[in-house]
Design a protein around this ligand. Structure first.
Ligand code: NAD
Length: 461
């Protein structure tokens, strides 16, 4: 190993050792300290909102308003909610002991897991790095955050600003790409929270297995939208266009493709064109509300998918500007390239189905999606989707917004991930629920209940 390669490893080992030492000394235990750290995180976001907005703009062409709505504001309300519930979440839960053990008391204590590693992706680079951190702090963990190297401006801003607000004895940001993440994953953590693609998810899980570390994998995949003729298609078009083209389609829960019958597709296309005009006007490339593709590699990948069908709307690509126009494709075959994996860009294929059975069977034939969207006023259709398919989340009438409801666990199932977070679920993700039983030594009831000699009466207990 070269001198240069050895350096980051030492820094990583030292950082983790320092955090662990402080954790073991009890630094993170009190509710007051946790609340203070959450407040500090909230102050960090408000004081530096401009810095983060401009970093998001440089990395993803994200408009400042969108940066506030989908990242900074989202985090602030999550922090507020967490602070307001923290006392309740931290309280032990009393449980009734079995009669044979009485007198006794039983409770569940929610204790922190210890040292957490949070690995974030580039698409919502601030929100997806800090939202899990809110849970880790609330649950009393120390943590290292590893932002995505593909969003270098947000990564650098976090590395510079976070340590000036949060207690550096408990939290650190370590920047880097594959090499640094590999080194981080070689360490023993008490929790690993990874958001990104499934290929790296497998690497993370393999590394975690060496230490039997629990993992949360927030992955992606193809999230379908089903549209039938019972819905107001103009509204559906507007919501689909918003969900698909937000962040230039680079949202894990964006509707990946639409399943509809031919007549519905024919009516939907002009309405989608109108919805795109309503959202972004006619000079979309000049509109600051419309984002950019993260890098040239992904722009090329997406441009290559345009030939998977007939371009019904859009289709313009400006590689130098990493711009891809909001695009709708029709006449897309189910075995075309665009249907082979998550699109993760502003291309919306409309896939023809013969009806509800065909649509459900198609979705069931693929990996379990992160989200499933159903646009139908038919209760029977809604029930069938709910009962006959499995997905991380299911929403009727609106894409993506389920992740804004803090009472709903957010996560995938199967290929779209394991574990969940948001609200109390984040707290639980970074906690161990410890079973605690307490039985007084007197009176001595056990000889009459569960201890030998075994008499016929004891069988009934
Ligand atoms: P990415 O390339 O930024 O990778 C994610 C993280 O993994 C980064 O921090 C990166 O440094 C690290 N990484 C990459 N290669 C690695 C390797 N070989 N070993 C160790 N670490 C490595 O982001 P991405 O994976 O392109 O993100 C997009 C994917 O994430 C999409 O599939 C999307 O659906 C999914 N996603 C899921 C959610 C969710 O909440 N479920 C949210 C956002 C994105």
């Amino acid at each position: 190993m070269t001198e240069q390669a050895a350096e980051p490893t030492t820094a990583i080992i030292e950082t983790l050792a320092r955090l662990r030492e402080n954790y073991n000394a009890g630094l993170t235990r009190s509710a007051a300290w946790r609340d203070n750290q959450l407040l500090a995180l909230s102050r960090m976001l408000t004081d530096n909102s401009g810095v983060f907005e401009s970093a998001l703009q440089r990395d993803l062409g994200k408009s400042p308003v969108e940066g506030i709505l989908t990242e900074i504001g989202f985090l602030l309300s999550e922090i507020d909610h967490t602070r307001s519930q923290l006392g309740k979440w931290m309280r032990p839960r009393r449980v009734m002991p079995s009669v044979a053990l009485l007198p006794a008391s039983a409770k569940v204590i929610r204790e922190p897991l210890g040292a957490a590693l949070i690995i974030a992706p580039w698409n919502y680079p601030l929100m997806l790095a800090l939202s899990p951190l809110v849970g880790a702090i609330a649950a009393g963990n120390v943590a290292v955050v590893k932002p995505s190297e593909l969003a270098p401006n947000v990564s650098a801003a976090l590395a510079k600003i976070l340590p000036t607000y949060l207690d550096h004895r408990a939290f650190a940001v370590i920047e880097g790409g594959v090499e640094e993440t590999t080194e981080l994953l070689e360490q023993r953590w008490d929790s690993i929270f990874y958001t990104g693609n499934g290929a790296v998810g497998r690497i993370v899980m393999t590394a975690a297995a060496q230490h039997l570390t629990p993992v949360t994998l927030e992955l992606g995949g193809k999230s379908p939208a089903y549209v039938d003729d019972t819905s107001d298609l103009r509204q559906v078009a507007q919501r689909l266009a918003w969900g698909k083209f937000l962040n230039a389609g680079q949202t894990c829960v964006a509707p990946d493709y639409v399943l509809a019958t031919r007549p519905v597709i024919d009516r939907l296309v002009p309405m989608l064109a109108e919805a795109i005009r309503d959202l972004f006007g006619t000079s979309i490339q000049q509109n600051p509300d419309y984002g950019r593709i993260i890098n040239t590699r992904h722009t090329e990948r997406l441009a290559g998918l345009l030939s998977s069908g007939r371009i019904a709307i859009g289709g313009t690509v400006d590689r130098d500007d990493r711009y891809i126009e909001p695009t709708v494709l029709t006449d897309v075959s189910r075995d075309s390239d665009i249907m082979a994996s998550e699109i993760f860009g502003p291309l919306l294929p409309l896939i023809e189905v013969t009806g509800l059975d065909d649509a459900i069977n198609y979705v069931r034939g693929g990996d379990k999606p992160l989200a499933l969207y159903v646009f139908s006023e038919s209760n029977r259709a809604r029930d069938r989707w709910a009962n006959e398919t499995s997905s991380g989340g299911l929403a009727f009438g609106i894409p993506m917004a389920h992740l804004m409801v803090s009472g709903l666990p957010f996560g995938g199932v199967g290929e779209s991930g394991m574990g969940a977070y948001h609200g109390e679920r984040s707290f639980l993700t970074f906690s161990h629920e410890k079973a605690v039983l307490s039985k007084p030594l007197t009176p001595d009831t056990l000889r009459a209940t569960i201890m030998p000699p075994y008499t016929a009466q004891k069988e009934a207990i």
